[in-house]
Design a protein around this ligand. Structure first.
Ligand code: AMP
Ligand code: MG
Length: 492
């Protein structure tokens, strides 16, 4: 792979966009997993991936291929509070790769030590959060959700200090880019102090060139950029909702402008449905609860809009009007996408009825403490001719389940789609496997004891989430009361 070499377009931006910084050396790196198909897509060859050099590389001990690590600057609203200077405190962008599809992708080491943005932190990552991000981000990719990817996980042989001593690890993340809403906010604040710098424009031009080139055809490309970002976020959040996914820390520094899911700290998939479900230990008010995610997405996008405002029109009053119009598209776009998703999940094409159906499903699931994933999985089986017993068994009161099911079958009898089409659509959107929280925790706990077999097995099963896999039925099941994990923690 002599010609493999990192590129550095972000480093061509002005100096205030980043700080060059070197990864820390770690004592005893061990490669836990490398994502071979992704690595090959990026152009790494197998010989390198299987060599000792790969361990040095993914631990940050010895970079190569023209890697030139930088820590990116950004700000953000965290739980609504403004943090003017965050930046990559425990991550380094080592370079960009043009992959086999011609797509430019960032490769980032996470947990590789202190950077100029580390503030009081050590820049390190614990093994638990690294395994969690690996499992969750790869599961999301397999479920068809735009997401950052896991390229490698390495344990460092070093203990890091948290509430207790924990084994350290380094995660290699791949993303379409790491430009966040918070990156725009950071530069909007700098422009406010020194307007002649035009940093927001520089960043917006970079993002348009890299991610939204079609925006250049618009009379005002920045309006088109904002609109595209808003639409992608609306679609992304609708997809999360359709899977029972709760991001948990939707701060503006954790929302990418390219529309990928990023930051797998306290996120979780819910088992038993409740619209207000949240897991994150620090989300006391439920700001980022399942049902509140569109509201918070909109809130974040309003912050992005403020940052872009001077570019939307020369006249501030006109810019504000334009901004209102574009931001106003978020909720209808989100709602439309959510309806499409739930209409496929329930196998109903009757668009007038689907909203009411979706709401009645949420009420029935809440009142009867139904497992979200199994509701749709067993409904798919019922559509496919199975006895409704397993579906009804999900309900505390099967009479409620039967009532919902009667309404549902009555509607689909009047529906125009063929049953085989309906079943196919449902199978394609309703997963058999999701990364259930208790399974993720079990894999992490075993990993902490140096046993990665559960981690590997889970990653494997979740790589084909829509296919029932013989011998792995246990991964379909919700937790027993004793296994339930109610809380998740940030990866810090
Ligand atoms: P997060 O909660 O992961 O979104 O991180 C929020 C901010 O805290 C980002 O600027 C991170 O770079 C920074 N941060 C998180 N963990 C650490 C750490 N261990 N050392 C230094 N900075 C950190
Ligand atoms: Mg983050």
């Amino acid at each position: 792979m002599s010609d493999f070499s990192f590129d550095h377009s972000y480093a061509d931006l002005p100096e205030s966009f980043y700080h060059p910084s070197q990864p820390a050396t770690v004592p005893e790196p061990v490669l836990i997993k490398v994502n071979t198909p992704l690595a090959e897509q990026l152009g790494f060859d197998l010989e390198f991936l299987n060599s000792a050099e790969a361990i040095d590389f993914f631990s940050g001990n010895k970079l190569k291929f023209n890697a030139a690590p930088i820590a990116m600057a950004y700000a953000g609203h965290q739980f609504g509070g403004w943090a003017p200077k965050l930046g990559d405190g425990r991550a380094l962008l080592i370079g960009e790769v043009i992959d086999k599809n011609g797509m430019r992708l960032d490769v980032q080491l996470k947990g590789s030590g202190r950077t100029p943005y580390s503030r009081g932190g050590d820049g390190k990552a614990g093994l638990g959060p690294v395994l969690r991000e690996y499992i969750l981000s790869e599961a999301m990719a397999a479920l068809g959700v735009p997401t950052t990817r896991a390229l490698a996980a390495v344990s460092t042989g070093e203990m890091i200090i948290r509430e207790t001593l924990l084994p350290g690890a380094v995660f290699t993340r791949v993303a379409q880019s790491h430009v966040r809403v918070g990156t725009f906010q950071y530069f909007a604040a700098l422009d406010h102090a020194e307007p002649e710098k035009n940093y927001v424009k520089t960043l917006a031009d970079y993002v348009i060139e890299r991610h939204y080139p079609e925006a250049k055809e618009n009379e005002n490309p920045y309006q088109a950029l904002l609109r595209s970002v808003i639409h992608r976020q609306a679609h992304l959040i609708a997809q999360w909702m359709g899977l029972g996914f709760i991001h948990g820390v939707m701060n503006t520094d954790n929302m990418q402008v390219v529309g990928e899911t990023i930051d797998y700290g306290p996120c979780a998939f819910m088992d038993t449905f409740h619209p207000d479900k949240k897991f994150s230990s620090i989300d006391r008010q439920g700001r980022y609860a399942w049902n509140n995610q569109p509201n918070m997405g909109l809130w974040n996008l309003a912050r992005l809009t403020e940052a872009l405002l001077p570019l939307l029109d020369k006249e501030e009053t006109v810019a504000i009007q334009i901004a209102k119009t574009i931001v106003g598209e978020f909720m209808p776009t989100f709602h439309q996408r959510l309806l499409e998703i739930f209409s496929q999940k329930t196998g109903l094409s009757n668009s007038e009825k689907i909203d009411a159906f979706m709401q009645s499903a949420f009420v029935a699931m809440t009142e009867n403490k139904v497992d979200f994933t199994l509701f749709f999985r067993h409904l798919t089986e019922v559509a496919n001719g199975a006895d409704p017993r397993r579906f009804l068994d999900l309900f505390e009161d099967a009479v409620n389940g039967q009532k919902w099911l009667d309404d549902w079958s009555e509607t689909f009898i009047k529906d125009t789609v063929s049953n085989s089409q309906r079943v196919k659509g449902m199978q394609e959107i309703n997963p058999v496997y999701i990364p259930r929280n208790h399974r993720v925790e079990q894999a992490i706990q075993a990993g902490m004891n140096d046993d990665f077999s559960l981690f590997h097995e889970l990653v494997q099963v979740l790589s084909k989430p829509f296919e029932a896999q013989a011998g792995f039925e246990c991964y379909e099941l919700p937790p027993l009361a004793s296994e339930e994990v109610r809380r998740t923690f940030c990866g810090t």
